[in-house]
Design a protein around this ligand. Structure first.
Ligand SMILES: Cc1ncc(COP(=O)(O)O)c(C=O)c1O
Length: 375
């Protein structure tokens, strides 16, 4: 079979940059890499309760059978969306098949031609892809740069015909840090045509129902994107917002409309994972582990990007060097992944540590002491 030469050249170029991507492999190493922050993906309690819930409610079907606008909107959607809206203290929750779908669906459909999107320069790829599909103009602002954002808002906010959408993450996926959401929302709320959109993928579960709720900013945010594949340990995502926003997305978000809905099993898992989140002790254990990691990395004078979340990154410039150190840590029994350019900008390559409720204090101290011998 002929494989186009242009594609082959791109693969060769990736390999020459030492940046060829590969599929992950299962391993028995100590987990400092997965997004299963609270151990919910591995929870037998959640697995068993989900199974029982489906049996008790006679949901003996494997698939949704169609788009949610056709045959796929089975009863469990209403149950779970109601649960989410209540727990997240918001009018409505609209479930998408994934965070990727939610972000491209939102950004491709909500900002209109003539509108402006202001996005943090480190924003997630799913939001960038959504912005690419949008007819609005987009401009980046400095990472967590509230001053830079304010300057840009003032530049565009005078135009009464433009709506401005500001998008950030409450916990950044590749840095683990946060913007000053209180200050950001104060600046934004001075202008009726400026709307704040926050991706809470890495905050949900780690900080209860997310940072926006922790900071009581629910009313200052136009839309929140929450995803269930990380702290909740399952699959899917939701956009939290007003009834009008929900109705708009049902009508115009193509990644919502033109796809098969989630299976009843997926919805039941989300429901049970939320029930568990309300009562679980894992959140407390995770926060203790995060504190222990910070204390130990300071003691060992390791240079991490400042973070209070479960993501902690140590910058190690160069794909080859960061891959090499990750490999040495893997050989010592720790599952640490190198993050290479072009996923992050050149010279910003890093080791990304994800902390979990089920990591022990000894494991954390151990991995950091090992790292200290390599950097
Ligand atoms: C910030 C952020 N938003 C959205 C997504 C996409 O979520 P999902 O994995 O559910 O597609 C991710 C996951 O990679 C993420 O890190």
């Amino acid at each position: 079979m002929h494989f186009p030469e242009k594609l082959n050249r791109k693969l060769t170029q990736r390999a020459n940059q030492n940046a060829l991507r590969e599929l992950g492999k299962e391993n028995n190493l100590i987990d400092f890499s997965s997004n299963d922050y609270l151990g919910f993906a591995k929870s037998e309690v959640i697995f068993d309760k989900t199974h029982q819930f489906l049996i008790d409610n006679n949901f003996k079907i494997n698939g949704a059978t169609g788009s949610r606008l056709l045959s796929g909107n089975h009863k469990l959607y209403a149950t779970v969306e109601k649960q989410l809206a209540k727990l997240h203290n918001i009018e409505t929750a609209l479930i998408f098949n994934s965070g990727y779908d939610a972000n491209i669906g939102f950004f491709a459909s909500v900002p209109q031609r003539g509108d402006i999107i202001l996005y943090d320069e480190f924003i997630h790829a799913s939001i960038r892809d959504g912005i690419q599909l949008s007819n609005a103009k987009s401009f980046k602002f400095k990472h967590n740069g509230v001053k830079d954002l304010e300057k840009k808002i003032l530049r565009f906010a005078q135009d009464d015909n433009s709506e401005i959408y500001v998008v950030t993450e409450s916990i950044f996926s590749m840095d683990g840090d946060s913007p000053d959401l209180v200050m950001m929302s104060q600046i934004i709320n001075k202008h009726p045509n400026v709307h704040l959109v926050v991706d809470e993928a890495h905050a949900l579960g780690v900080f209860g129902f997310g940072l926006i709720q922790k900071l009581q900013l629910e009313n200052a945010v136009f839309a929140r994107i929450i995803t269930f594949g990380k702290g909740l340990g399952c699959h899917g995502a939701a956009i939290l917002g007003s009834e009008q926003l929900q109705q708009y997305l049902i009508n115009f978000a193509r990644s919502f409309i033109y796809t098969t809905g989630l299976s009843p099993h997926s919805l039941a898992t989300i429901k049970i994972a939320y029930d568990e989140l309300v009562i679980s002790n894992s959140k407390k254990k995770l926060l203790q582990n995060i504190q222990h990691f910070i204390t130990e990395s300071n003691r060992l004078q390791l240079n991490f990007i400042e973070s209070n979340s479960s993501i902690h990154c140590c910058i190690i410039s160069g794909n080859e060097r960061v891959k090499n150190i990750a490999l040495q840590l893997q050989q010592k029994g720790f599952d640490i992944k190198p993050i290479l350019s072009p996923t992050v900008p050149p010279h910003q390559e890093r080791l990304r540590f994800c902390l979990h409720s089920y990591n022990s204090k000894e494991e954390i101290t151990n991995v950091l002491e090992n790292l200290a011998t390599f950097v």
